[in-house]
Design a protein around this ligand. Sequence first.
Ligand code: ATP
Length: 228
Amino acid sequence: MNTTAIALNGLRKEYGRVVAVDGIDLDIGRGEFVGLVGHNGAGKTTTIRMLTGQLAPTSGSVMVAGADVVQNPAAARAVLGTVPEHPTLYEYLSAREMLEFVAEIRGQGDVDWALGVAGLGADADRLIREYSQGMRRKTALAAALVAKPPVLVLDEALNGLDPASADRVVGVLNELRQDGATVVLSTHILDTLEKVADRIVLMENGTIVIDGGVDRLEAARDRLRSAD
Ligand code: ATP
């Protein structure tokens, strides 16, 4: 059995003269919970966008559960759940209807469970166009989780969530990981990672400068406290 969930090989992205991601290599095993951290502009979002097939690499490759994201995007997407930095939502559906739609496309899903995890409660039946920013973030998160995909890649997905919701979501991500899911979570909140991550990856100027267990969190904190 292939135990690698995600493999980045020589992954590079240039925007004109800006090298956003500078040829990184990273292997993430099935069932790992990886916290991706770094200063603003370090390359986290660019990496996540390439990893989830939203952005074509300049060079290098991304494999998700053995599928090449560029060559075989449908196979990669089938196992991926993701919350992009700026999610697109269906304004004239309610969160419940949108999740039902996502579950139908994915061929499976537990809509009530996902609404409960996100904490949308009574708002689940209102139109998304009336939602607050936090409710929108919760809807995007619920859409990523609804089919319980085996690989979850979340870009600052806890931003804008009230503390109780953020704690609940982190608890559920931890449970999914214990059931064998692989989780990559980019965040600026290192305290969250202390509780749930197995591994910390710190990016700086498009490269990986720390890659280790949660025992490296203090080193990551020191590095993030220093000027960029
Ligand atoms: P943050 O914590 O602020 O979200 P990040 O680590 O996610 O930062 P990225 O968004 O990946 O950083 O940006 C990495 C670099 O790529 C930055 O120098 C940024 O200015 C540049 N960049 C990102 N997107 C573009 C774009 N569309 N065009 C030009 N440069 C870009």
